[in-house]
Ligand binder design. Structure first.
Ligand SMILES: Cc1cc2nc3c(=O)[nH]c(=O)nc-3n(C[C@H](O)[C@H](O)[C@H](O)COP(=O)(O)OP(=O)(O)OC[C@H]3O[C@@H](n4cnc5c(N)ncnc54)[C@H](O)[C@@H]3O)c2cc1C
Length: 376
C-alpha cells in the first residue's frame, strides 16, 4: 500500500492537537485520529483552566522549554485572534524550605526570573483570599497564570485543518504496525499507510505503546468549583493562581474566580488511585468532597461558599513524574508523547513543535534529553 499521508497523529488531546497543527504548518500531509471528540470528558485536557508558571520548582531544566512554550502560546493567540493565556501571577505558598517554595526560588535565581517573597502580613494585605500559617510565605511568580484548555485544543485543530490536515473524529486506532518504510495503521473502520506516526493517546498510551504498560499509570483526579463568599478578594486581579505545599499531605492547586462557577481547586494526584482508562471515570465521592471542602475552608476561606460543581479527570503518571518525548525504541517512524504526569498542559505549545520536529526531521534542537525512553 502506498503512503497517502506523511504523518498521522493518533490522539488529538492537548499533545496531539498541537502536534498536528505544527505538522500541517510545516507543509506535510497530515491526518489526525481521535477515538472521541477532542477535549472530551474522558480525556485529560478539559476543565476550563490549566496553570502555567515560569519558575519551575520541579526542576530548573524545564525553564528553557517553558520560555518557548510562552512564545508559542502567544503565536497561537495571534493566529486565532483569541485569548488562551491570561497572566494573573502564580503564588507558591508554603514553608520557605519546602519543596515548592524553595524549588521555585532556586529555579528563578538560576534563570534570573522575576519573583517576590511575601510574608504572612504582606500576603494578607495584597492577597487577602489566602490563609497562611505564621512561618509560611507566598513566593509570587509574576509571569504565571492560566490557560484555557478547550480553546487551545480546538484552536490547534482549527489551524491544523486550515493548513490542510485531515481530521477523523470518533475513529479509534486499534493497531500500529511500523516497518522500515513507514507505518500501517488499523482503526475500527479502516486501514491507512503513512510514513511516520505520532502516538499521543493520553491515558490509553500503553495500548499502542506496549513498552509503557508498567510505567504509565492512569490515576483518578478530582477538581471542584466554589462560588466565593468574598467576591472582591477572589477576583483574578487580587487572587493569583496558586500552588500550596502541605508537606507530607502533598500539594494543592487553584484558580481565582474566572467564570460563573467561581474558584477551582484540586489536590495534585488526589488519592493516587489507579484507574482503567476504558471504564468511565469513577464518580466523585464523599471522601473526595471532604478533602477539597476541608482545604478550601482552611486555606482559602473567602472562597469557601457554595460548592457548585465537582468532577473527575485523569492524570497519567510516569515513575519519575516527568515527560516522555522520544522515538519508540528501535522504531524510527514512531514518535511517542506521554500524557506528562499531571503537569504537561502548559508545555503543549512547545511539545507540539517538538513532536513535529521528531516526526519530520528525526530530531529537535529543543532540550528533550531528559525525556527519553532510556530514562524510564
Ligand atoms: C484535572 C487536571 C488538572 C491538570 N492541571 C494541569 C495544570 O494546571 N497545568 C499543567 O500544565 N497540566 C495540568 N494537567 C495535565 C495536563 O492537562 C495533561 O498533561 C494533558 O492534558 C495531557 O494531554 P494528552 O493529549 O496527552 O491526553 P488527552 O487529553 O487524554 O488526549 C488523548 C486523546 O487520545 C485519544 N485516544 C486515545 N486512544 C486512542 C486511539 N487508540 N485512537 C484514537 N484516539 C485515541 C483520546 O480520545 C484523547 O482525546 C492537569 C490534568 C488534569 C486531569
Amino acid at each position: 500500500m502506498t503512503a497517502r499521508f506523511d504523518v498521522a497523529v493518533v490522539g488529538l488531546g492537548a499533545m496531539g492537537s498541537a502536534a498536528l497543527a505544527f505538522l500541517a504548518a510545516r507543509g506535510v500531509k497530515a491526518i489526525g485520529f481521535d477515538a472521541y471528540f477532542p477535549a472530551h470528558a474522558l480525556s485529560s485536557s478539559h476543565g476550563d483552566s490549566r496553570l502555567i508558571r515560569l519558575g519551575y520548582f520541579e526542576d530548573p531544566s524545564y525553564v528553557p522549554l517553558l520560555k518557548r512554550a510562552y512564545q508559542n502560546w502567544r503565536s497561537l493567540e495571534a493566529r486565532l485572534r483569541t485569548d488562551i493565556l491570561t497572566i494573573t501571577g502564580v503564588l507558591q505558598i508554603g514553608a520557605p524550605d519546602g519543596k515548592i517554595v524553595s524549588g521555585t526560588r532556586s529555579s528563578c535565581e538560576l534563570h534570573g526570573l522575576a519573583h517576590e517573597a511575601l510574608d504572612k502580613a504582606e500576603m494578607a494585605r495584597r492577597f487577602p483570599a489566602f490563609q497562611l500559617d505564621d512561618h509560611e510565605i507566598g513566593l509570587l511568580d509574576p509571569q504565571g497564570g492560566y490557560l484555557r484548555p478547550e480553546a487551545a485544543v480546538m484552536g490547534y485543530l482549527k489551524l491544523a485543518a486550515e493548513d490542510g490536515a485531515v481530521l477523523h473524529f470518533g475513529e479509534k486506532v486499534t493497531a500500529v504496525e511500523p516497518d522500515d518504510a513507514g507505518v500501517t495503521i488499523v482503526s475500527d473502520t479502516g486501514q491507512y499507510r503513512v510514513k511516520k506516526i505520532v502516538v499521543a493517546t493520553g491515558s490509553w498510551i500503553a495500548e499502542l505503546v506496549p513498552q509503557l504498560r508498567r510505567a504509565a499509570v492512569p490515576i483518578r483526579q478530582v477538581v471542584a468549583w466554589y462560588q466565593p463568599q468574598d467576591g472582591f478578594a477572589t477576583q483574578p486581579q487580587r487572587m493569583p493562581c496558586f500552588l500550596r505545599d502541605e508537606g507530607a499531605e502533598g500539594s494543592y492547586f487553584g484558580f481565582p474566580a474566572i467564570g460563573v462557577d467561581g474558584v477551582k481547586i484540586g489536590r495534585h494526584a488526589h488519592f493516587r488511585e489507579p484507574i482503567d482508562p476504558n471504564q468511565p471515570n469513577p464518580p466523585v465521592n464523599e471522601a473526595d468532597l471532604a478533602l477539597l471542602d476541608g482545604f478550601i475552608r482552611k486555606r482559602v476561606p473567602g472562597a469557601a461558599g457554595l460548592r457548585v460543581k465537582a468532577t473527575t479527570c485523569r492524570y497519567t503518571m510516569l515513575p519519575s513524574e516527568d515527560f516522555l518525548l522520544d522515538h519508540m525504541p528501535g522504531e524510527k517512524n514512531v514518535v511517542v508523547a506521554s500524557p506528562c504526569s499531571g503537569h504537561g498542559f502548559k508545555f503543549t505549545s512547545v511539545i507540539g513543535e517538538i513532536l513535529a520536529d521528531l516526526a519530520i526531521d528525526g530530531q529537535t534542537d529543543l532540550p528533550i534529553d531528559a525525556f527519553s525512553f532510556a530514562r524510564i
